[in-house]
Write a protein of this length. Sequence first.
Length: 511
Amino acid sequence: MQVQPSCFDAWQAIKTNKCTLDYLRDRIAQRRDRFQRLCDGTTQPDSVEDVPMVPIPKTEVLDDEETSKLLTVLESGSIPVSFSLLKEKCSFDNDTKLDNTLHKLSYQKLVTLKTTDELNVITVETKKISSLLGRFDKKRKRRKLNTVLTAESAEFLLNKPSAVQSESKKLGEEIQALLNHKSAREKTIIENLKSNKTAQVREFCEWVTRQECKRGNVKFGSCKKLHFRKLIHSHTDTSLGDCSFLNTCFHMDTCKYVHYAIDEDDQRTHMRQQHREAMQTRAKNSAAMLVSDSTSLANTTPDLTPPQWIQCDIRKLDMDVIGKFTVIMADPPWDIHMELPYGTMTDDEMRNLGIEKVQEDGFIFLWVTGRAVELGRELLRIWGYDRVDDIIWVKTNQLQRLIRTGRTGHWLNHGKEHCLVGVKGNPKNFNRGLDCDLIVSEVRDTSHKPDEIYGMIERLSPGTRKLELFGREHNTQNNWLTLGNQLDGVHLEWEDVKGKYFARYGLSLPF
């Protein structure tokens, strides 16, 4: 029976507290509204707090930019100033807004107004106006910053990938990492085919000569790169600059342009360094042989057959006598309708070479010129190959700069050459993905292809028999048989090829 009065008292207390809170909220709202109208200058202050709030219509005043402009004129202009003069200086077209703003400033005790024929500003509180201008400036910067941040935030949100896109990208990166990760077999192949330290190439200095390097390179004393020296003869005119062909110039004895040669000091230093590295490598190999089993060492060392060659006219050679090869490379004497220091072959003669007799499964590397690109692709189809790649040789000159004035090209100067790569049948035991399809190498004699191609082919198919057609003396390589009419006699190492060849031709040459 005592619970009901207790619950009733609690309910009454809750209702009383709620009424008190509502009353306090109304009083706070009235004070906030009165304070805002006092700041706007639309009513006079009243010390009595319980005066009923009378709504006052909002008057039109200048916006922040216009008010800032008005305050600037009042701060820097001459006082007193008339209403019409202020309107003219500020370029305002709304008299009502300007009048209301001046009265607002007067209410805030920033200016003093006096009305005679028209409204005049007779005094100005300069310090207060400067402070107000500072607040306007901060407000303007804040507004601009908010606009920029809003735009950047919107751009960020638009460019931000979705959860699905992020997950898809992460999955793609993981797949790419797995594809690029080398297996143990690939690592072993790369290690076995890696060049010795003594075979590495020494870099040329970008300053070309030692004098230019000393003048422009702050680290000249520590420059270990190779330099060139200028060849100045009695007929040389240095004002003409460098020869376009440099060391490939056909008239170097009479050419008036500047030519270059490797600096002797750098060359001697380089040779001494190579000798030291060779001796160190030899010492390491000797130590390794003392502690290694000779059988295992022989198993890891590839068998390299010395270079072999046959001086012949390839058009008349019986291809059956030389056997089968895993790799073939050819640099045919294409008929490119230019004067060349060697004989050329017609397109029909190229089609009837009988390349299909010397290979069943393997690769072919066919060098082509601009005119012969389409013909080369046709020949690959005729000989039974599928074109699978295209190697580009970017030519550089003696100073390791790109060639811009090549000797070939009917319309544009050619600074590159192409080598078509074809595959036939089902080659086995070759290494995929060790090299790229780009060679950047120096131009030398006419039709002298870059030596880097031999290393690339050996890494692709190590230790296999290889055949080069239309080769010359500088083309002879280990594990290669070279055919061409500019070689010297016959030299064969493979017993099976030697037996078939001498049984067919004896000591004569197939011309």
